[in-house]
Design a protein around this ligand. Sequence first.
Ligand SMILES: [Fe+2]
Ligand SMILES: [Fe+2]
Length: 250
Amino acid sequence: MIVIAHLSDVHIGATPESAGRAGSVMRYLDALPYDLDAVLVTGDIADHGRAEEYAEAGKLLTSRHPVLIGPGNHDVREEFRRSLLGEQRPSAKPINQVYRSDRAVYAMCDSSIPGQDDGHLDEETLAWLDGVLAGTDLPVFVAFHHPPVLLHSPPVDSIRLHRHEPLEALLAARPNVAAVLVGHAHMGVATTFAGHPLLVAPGVVSTALLPWEGGISFETCLDYDLPPSIAFHVLDDAGRVTTYHRVIMP
Ligand SMILES: [Fe+2]
Ligand SMILES: [Fe+2]
């Protein structure tokens, strides 16, 4: 059995509470009486992509468990690379990263489009991902920021991952995909994509209300009073992925 934690959208610098919320989540994970296989953070790390926000995020998003952090639409590739990945001369190329434990592989892809809120996976990233999937018999968790399907939320859907068809075809051809993990929506959701589980992490900085809760526009969507929440995903020996959501009181 593999247990991973999945959190998203810490948006350091967005609100006075953002750092405290992220810190509470990471302290909770560190105090678990269990070694997680990985902690995945699926984007929107720094709300404005500023160096000081990444400096704070870098301190907060550390753990005794292995942590893999990806970018979202709020992130800036060069500053993300410089501050979080320690690159001296950071490029603006997609930030695609792989982490391999001895039981699973984690492919964190960059679905951001610099300067835009919607997302896509470019050809370079798709080729990189296909290589990771082809190069192992272990189960692979594929992670990125933007959900590739409609989530029935008009504001979220308007900035989802567009041109999803090549990704869908690629993933449908790879049975060793354990699940697809995304963020961006600030709501915990479980659905399917390309025949695999598609699991959306709830938000740490805020929670998006659903249309039937009044969340019909960007102005009415985000609730900053609801507490931060994270997901645990369990991959069992039969290959089934089960998801649990946990509210963390900041
Ligand atoms: Fe976000
Ligand atoms: Fe986002």
